[in-house]
Design a protein around this ligand. Structure first.
Ligand SMILES: C[S@@+](CC[C@H](N)C(=O)[O-])C[C@H]1O[C@@H](n2cnc3c(N)ncnc32)[C@H](O)[C@@H]1O
Length: 274
């Protein structure tokens, strides 16, 4: 349960129309029904700039636009869903040129792929790739940071309902706000769990840079996450980690080395019955 009260402001583009007001109403309904710890305020945008809106108040600001939904966590940092390089990776996969390492590890005849848990959703690039590729799989996507969770959830809903309609049947994804270690009942639903925890080494992609403004590396928390999974989950555990991460040796993951990248993917089977 999330008990700490969080603040959020919501506004629209400068010239909102019924389409925008419909999203505003859906978003506030969602907050009223599912996020009791979030105190929000709807702000009339008028002709105010984002800079102006942050002059007297530092509360994060969700902006509903015709091109998508953007969450400003501060005047200079925004979180918004975008497909990033996922579409390119997916096209290469479809063309038979390249199987992304994560997909290669998932498409494993030893494990049932009907339900997959993404324990650390972040900007959902990996989730998008998995959902594009595994077209009948159901996903449970956990994110413990409310602002990342909410911006990415609504960003993905908007993207796949309005911009890339039907690119992913978004009803296959269950977005869950919270730390997965508080939701261990979910473990029994899946045979595959994917983890991409924050790492301590500085990685300079713009995606991670905006995440780092609101969430940070926490060694103890990563250990708790791995310990909980090894205690309660049965199946294939897939890890993405920096090549220097202590998690690789501490938990005995078999990593595939990628020469071009500092982050590698690996796996372990854990108490898999077959
Ligand atoms: C490196 S990012 C994940 C990036 C993601 N794979 C992607 O494709 O965008 C790690 C994210 O996991 C979240 N996180 C870390 N530990 C978590 C936990 N135990 N439960 C839920 N979310 C967690 C962090 O808040 C952060 O947003």
């Amino acid at each position: 349960m999330n008990t700490v009260n969080l603040q959020l402001r919501i506004t629209t583009c400068v010239a909102p129309d019924p389409f925008i007001f419909n999203y505003l109403s859906n978003i506030t309904d969602d907050l009223n029904n599912h996020y009791k710890n979030v105190i929000y305020e709807v702000i009339d945008r008028e002709k105010l700039t984002i800079k102006k809106l942050f002059e007297t108040c530092s509360t994060p600001l969700l902006v509903i636009l015709h091109k998508g939904i953007i969450l400003y966590t501060s005047r200079d940092n925004k979180i918004f869903y975008h497909e990033n390089t996922t579409r390119v990776k997916y096209k290469a996969y479809i063309a038979g040129k390249d199987i992304p390492p994560l997909i290669n590890l998932i498409q494993d005849p030893k494990v049932n792929q009907q339900v997959i848990i993404d324990a650390t959703m972040g900007m959902a690039n990996d989730l998008t790739l998995m959902a594009l590729t595994m077209t009948t799989t159901t996903f449970f996507a956990f994110e413990e940071n409310f602002y990342i969770h909410f911006a990415v959830k609504w960003g993905m809903l908007f993207h796949f309902n309005e911009i890339n309609k039907g690119g992913i049947d978004i009803s296959r994804i269950h977005f869950i706000y919270g730390n997965i270690t508080n939701h261990i009942d979910i473990f029994s639903k899946a045979n595959i769990i994917y983890l991409d925890p924050m790492y301590e080494e500085t990685i300079t992609t713009s995606n991670i840079a905006s995440l780092r403004q609101v969430t940070e590396y926490n060694r103890e928390q990563n250990i708790k996450l791995l310990n909980t999974i090894f205690k309660s989950f049965k199946g294939k555990i897939i890890l993405r980690a920096h090549y220097k991460s202590h998690l690789i040796d501490d938990y005995g993951f078999n990593m595939t080395i990628r020469k071009q990248s500092k982050t590698h993917y690996g796996y372990r089977y854990h108490q898999l019955d077959n």
